[in-house]
Design a protein around this ligand. Structure first.
Ligand code: ZN
Length: 74
């Protein structure tokens, strides 16, 4: 009770995601997750912000396998 689980795996089917580099749509199970994080400094500008209650300023993006290979991410 009260836990926030189950949000990620709703349904369990893979939705197509678009590659951040080439824009091609690829199934999510085949995509490589790219984490882009913004500057932490922007968070510090907000007064009274509790870092633990906020998501880290990361943007989850996906790259197709060929782009990931090209960029040596896998
Ligand atoms: Zn790509």
């Amino acid at each position: 009770m009260g836990k926030k689980w189950g949000r990620y795996k709703a349904g369990g089917r893979s939705q197509p995601v678009s590659c951040v580099y080439c824009g091609r749509r690829t199934p999510r199970i085949k995509a490589v997750i790219v984490r882009k994080h913004y500057g932490i400094g922007s968070l510090k500008n907000i007064p009274g912000l509790d870092r633990r209650r906020v998501f880290l300023p990361q943007m989850k993006a996906y790259a197709c396998i060929s782009c990931a290979k090209h960029r040596r991410m896998i």
